[in-house]
Design a protein around this ligand. Sequence first.
Ligand SMILES: [Zn+2]
Length: 89
Amino acid sequence: MYFNFTDFFDMSDNICCRKSGETKNLELHHIVPKYMGGKDIDGRVYLSKKQHDILHNIIPSIIWKYVPEERKEDCRNTVKRFTLKWLKQ
Ligand SMILES: [Zn+2]
């Protein structure tokens, strides 16, 4: 599947949360979280602190270390697909 990541970068001065549209307390979230080895090129989005916390609560980081090495790439792709869907809900 192809994603146009420029859609997920805010180049303008009017940056806002991709989920809620809020313009305060913004944080940059890696579409593939850094602890999963996510890179900037995987995409980043601005989220309000609240939405950022919600997303990180949905993605259970504790499980990551129990994912077998050969399944980690699948797991990264699943998280990426999920996050892009979640942002549009
Ligand atoms: Zn994050």
